[in-house]
Design a protein around this ligand. Structure first.
Ligand code: GLN
Length: 305
C-alpha cells in the first residue's frame, strides 16, 4: 500500500472508501455490498482483506483510487467478483477462474461430499480411477484429488481454455502429477474401451435453454453459457452421460451427477429407461433442493460397444 508523504485528497482513507463503495453498491442493488467493497479494494491495492483493517485510516493516492474505481465500474456492469479478482474458493482451495469456466457454486461441494462418501464406503485400500466430465476450472476433480492421494484422477472438457485453467489450478495446488486433463467431448476420448472407472462424476449444463434469460445478469452476461445450457428440456447432457457412462464404469462403478432442482422425476425415468443402473438415489443440496443423482452400474450390465 502506497503512503505518500503528501497524499492528494488525504480525506479518502481506506475505511471511508469502503463505506462509500458499500453504500454505492447498495444503491445499485449489488448484493454483499460491504464484502464486495472490501474484496475489490484489497485487490486494487494488491493486499489482503485483513490489511485493510490494519491500515484503516491510511489515505489512498489518486492512482490507488483510480484502480479501485475501475473495479467498482466492472462490478456495476454486473461482472461477478470472482472474474474481477480472478479466483474463487471451493472446498477450501483457492482456484483460478476466467470467463472460460463456470464459477464453482457452493452447492457443487455437495457433489464432492457424496463422491468422498462413495469412495470411502469400501474399506479396502485399493487405488481407484475417477473421471470428471466437463471439469471447467477443475474444481470437483481437484477437490477429490486433494482429499486422497491414492487414487487416479482424470478430467475432461470440450473447451481447451477450460482445460488450461484446470491444469493451472492443479499446478497451483501441487497435484498436477495426479490429475490428468483431456480435451474431449464427454466420453469420446475413451471410445472403444470399457470398464475403466470406479467413479464417473459430472456437473454438466442442465439449465433449460428457455430459462437462460431468467438467470441473474451476472450469469447471463459473463459466465460461459455453454457450461449452463442443457438444451430445450435441460436434460440433453445428463441424458448423454447416463446413456454412455455405464460402458466405461467398472462393475458396480458409480455415476454421480449434479442436476436441476426440478429434474428428479424426469431424470429418474430416464435412468430407469436406460436400464443399465441400479441403486438409484437422489440427494438434496444445503438449501434443501434436489441436486444430486447417484446410481451404480447394474450387475450383468452390457460390455462396451
Ligand atoms: N447451478 C448452476 C446455476 O444455476 C447451473 C449449473 C449447471 O448448469 N451445471 O447457475
Amino acid at each position: 500500500m502506497h503512503n505518500p508523504a503528501q497524499p492528494d485528497r488525504p480525506e479518502w482513507t481506506i475505511m471511508k472508501l469502503i463505506r462509500w463503495a458499500a453504500n454505492y453498491f447498495d444503491s445499485h442493488d449489488i448484493d454483499s455490498s460491504r464484502a464486495t467493497a472490501e474484496i475489490l479494494l484489497a485487490h486494487a491495492l494488491n493486499a489482503r482483506r485483513i490489511d485493510l483493517y490494519l491500515h484503516y485510516d491510511q489515505p489512498l493516492n489518486s492512482d490507488e483510487r483510480d484502480r479501485f474505481k475501475a473495479l467498482i465500474k466492472r462490478r456495476l456492469n454486473r461482472e461477478p467478483v470472482a472474474y474481477i479478482v480472478g479466483c474463487k474458493e471451493f472446498w477450501s482451495m483457492e482456484l483460478e477462474v476466467t470467463t472460460d469456466v463456470l464459477i464453482p457454486r457452493p452447492e457443487t461441494e455437495c457433489l464432492v461430499e457424496r463422491a468422498l462418501e462413495r469412495l470411502g464406503r469400501e474399506s479396502n485400500s485399493k487405488s481407484k480411477s475417477i473421471l470428471e466430465l466437463g471439469t471447467g476450472s477443475g474444481a470437483v476433480i481437484l477437490a477429490l484429488a486433494s482429499e486422497n492421494s491414492r487414487h487416479f484422477y482424470w478430467g475432461t472438457d470440450i473447451s481447451v481454455n477450460a482445460v488450461l485453467v484446470a491444469r493451472r489450478n492443479a499446478i497451483r495446488h501441487g497435484i498436477e502429477t495426479r490429475v490428468y486433463f483431456i480435451v474431449a467431448d464427454w466420453l469420446t476420448a475413451f471410445r472403444g474401451q470399457s470398464g475403466l472407472f470406479d467413479l464417473i462424476i459430472s456437473n454438466p449444463p442442465y439449465v433449460r435453454s428457455g430459462d437462460l434469460v431468467k438467470l441473474q445478469p451476472e450469469i447471463q452476461a459473463h459466465e460461459p453459457l455453454s457450461a449452463l445450457d442443457g438444451a430445450e428440456d435441460g436434460l440433453r447432457c445428463l441424458r448423454k452421460i447416463v446413456q454412455s457412462a455405464h460402458l466405461y464404469l467398472k462393475p458396480a462403478g458409480v455415476l454421480l451427477l449434479e442436476m436441476g432442482a426440478d429434474q428428479k422425476a424426469q431424470l429418474k425415468q430416464m435412468i430407469n429407461k436406460c436400464g443399465q443402473y441400479e441403486n438409484i438415489e437422489f440427494y438434496k443440496d444445503y438449501s434443501g433442493y434436489d441436486r444430486i443423482a447417484a446410481m451404480t452400474k447394474r450387475k450383468n450390465c452390457c460390455a462396451a460397444g
